[in-house]
Design a protein around this ligand. Structure first.
Ligand SMILES: Nc1ncnc2c1ncn2[C@@H]1O[C@H](COP(=O)(O)OP(=O)(O)O)[C@@H](O)[C@H]1O
Ligand SMILES: O=P(O)(O)O[C@H]1O[C@H](CO)[C@@H](O[C@H]2O[C@H](CO)[C@@H](O)[C@H](O)[C@H]2O)[C@H](O)[C@H]1O
Length: 455
């Protein structure tokens, strides 16, 4: 029979939220963080699993909310984690609690009836009456974390990979909620505990469910499809033109950045240091995507121009902004997921950064959307393909322009240099991301890299 360690290894390796895909690891520690208060049978526990990677000996921590049942539950087969002897509860059938409605209702209830002796601290932000009767349902999207919807009232996101210290998704939402931002889902609360040294471990975030939301990426794709179906028309002539939405997104981002500046303050970065970091990142990226080598000089040129700027302002930002992090509701655009780039260590994600990084993320997304549709709609007729590529560029240019104008008006020369460097840095990041996660999409950021610095 497999041990608990072997069972957990196999489970985590196949979980879609596991970020270390393809890397060999062993489970080197399992620690009980606490038990959700309010019910003992079956208990809902939160375990923290430490993984140690074989390649470099580094470790990661992953959170497992588990319901420990005495008997097997056939209705939960899809969420079965394993069968083992638990130190506190004896022989148990462990299931991922995210998929167990009564367990998720218990978690919601704990926000209203907290009990800190459970080892878990349920913190509630005043101003919203939670609907405790709402039916919980796991969110079905492809995610790096695990979210549960409570009817149309709230969303609870369990962070899977846990890094000791403040989670910017929670703290940024907290500040924007307190500032009355209309561009984020309001924060309703969070779950936390602490390490033995008193460092916080942020485990989950409860926030407003955005009822009427449509994903910005999907809306953009629909607009591009509309354009492609009208071969003779330009982007501004078809019904699905996205430019007015792109402009609203620019305005929304400017307002969010302004509120973040007011709440977290503004610092300053030394351009030379940032330029060197980008150059280092390029060097590491070339090791993963050797095709970047032929564009390296032009990329370095963009970083060198940035390096010549002296100091520039930095602040709390989103950090990984793209169309898939935006939601269109009847009350305007909302921005979600302020966790920053998933691959970066938390300490780096918390550092103030240039708002132009977020702008660059959106500009890259306006390039991705039409080229993603173009590649999925490749045609045998080379004229059709080249016509679509032309239209794709036109769509990207039109929406970038609308977004940028609404965000900043015209760009001065320093801003132009900043945007160009951050766009280059993001495209390099994307090449690595695609090579690791969606190799068939690698051509999209590579083509963008090939255009950088060319007249
Ligand atoms: N408050 C919300 N209301 C409705 N849908 C949301 C909300 N927050 C996120 N979503 C949807 O869930 C998806 C995943 O959320 P996200 O915060 O990006 O999770 P992850 O950190 O797992 O990537 C988003 O792309 C969005 O479509
Ligand atoms: O949403 P995440 O925080 O997990 O971000 C990662 O995955 C994104 C893909 O889902 C990736 O975004 C890239 O692809 C998008 C289209 O799927 C495109 O709109 C973005 O512009 C492009 O960067 C993101 O980079 C990565 O961090």
């Amino acid at each position: 029979m497999a041990t608990r360690t072997e069972t957990l290894q196999a489970y985590i390796r196949s979980a879609r939220w596991f970020g270390g895909k393809g890397r060999d690891f062993t489970v080197t520690d399992v620690r009980r963080l606490g038990t959700v208060p309010g019910r003992d049978d079956p208990p809902v526990v939160v375990d923290l699993v430490e993984l140690t990677y074989a390649d470099d000996g580094s470790t990661d921590l992953y959170q497992l909310p588990l319901v420990l049942a005495t008997d097997p539950d056939g209705g939960l087969d899809h969420a079965f984690v394993g069968w083992w002897e638990d130190a506190d509860h004896g022989w148990v059938h462990a299931y991922d609690a995210i998929h167990h409605r009564p367990s998720m209702s218990l978690v919601l209830d704990a926000f209203v009836n907290p009990d800190d002796s459970s080892g878990l601290r349920f913190v509630r932000v005043p101003g919203h009456d939670l609907d405790l009767d709402a039916i919980p349902a796991p969110f079905s999207g492809e995610q790096s974390n695990s979210s549960v919807l409570f009817g149309e009232d709230a969303v609870l996101k369990f962070f899977r990979k846990i890094t000791p210290g403040e989670n910017p998704d929670i703290t940024t939402h907290q500040v924007l909620t307190e500032a009355g931002s209309t561009h984020v889902a309001a924060l309703y609360g969070w779950v936390e505990t602490a390490t033995d040294d008193g460092v916080p471990l942020h485990l989950a975030m409860l926030q407003q469910f955005l009822r009427t939301a449509s994903d910005g990426w999907e809306i953009a794709l629909a607009s591009v499809r509309d354009l492609f179906s009208e071969g003779d028309l330009h982007a501004d002539e078809v019904g699905g033109d996205f430019a007015a939405e792109a402009a609203r997104l620019g305005t929304a981002l400017a307002e969010v950045h302004e509120q973040l500046r007011e709440a977290f303050g503004v610092g300053s970065a030394v351009a030379e240091v940032v330029a060197q970091q980008m150059a280092d990142r390029l060097q590491q990226a070339i090791a993963v995507v050797p095709q970047l080598e032929e564009h390296a000089d032009r990329l370095r040129g963009a970083y060198a121009r940035l390096g010549g700027l002296g100091d520039f302002p930095v602040q709390r930002i989103h950090g990984d902004l793209h169309l898939g992090q935006t939601l269109r509701t009847i009350k305007g655009w909302k921005i979600v997921d302020f966790e920053g780039e998933p691959a970066k260590p938390l300490t780096e994600r918390l550092l103030p950064d240039s708002p132009w990084r977020d702008v660059a993320g959106m500009l890259r997304s306006f390039d991705y959307a039409p080229h993603a549709v173009a590649r999925s709609a490749a045609d045998d007729d080379p004229h059709v393909t080249s016509q679509r590529e032309h239209r794709a560029d036109e769509w990207a240019a039109r929406n970038k322009e609308a977004f940028l104008t609404a965000y900043a008006g015209g760009l001065n020369s320093e801003e132009g240099v900043l945007v160009a460097a951050y766009v280059a840095d993001k495209a390099v990041y994307e090449c690595v991301y695609e090579a690791r996660n969606r190799p068939s999409w690698l051509q999209i950021p590579l083509a963008a890299v090939a255009r950088i610095g060319t007249p």
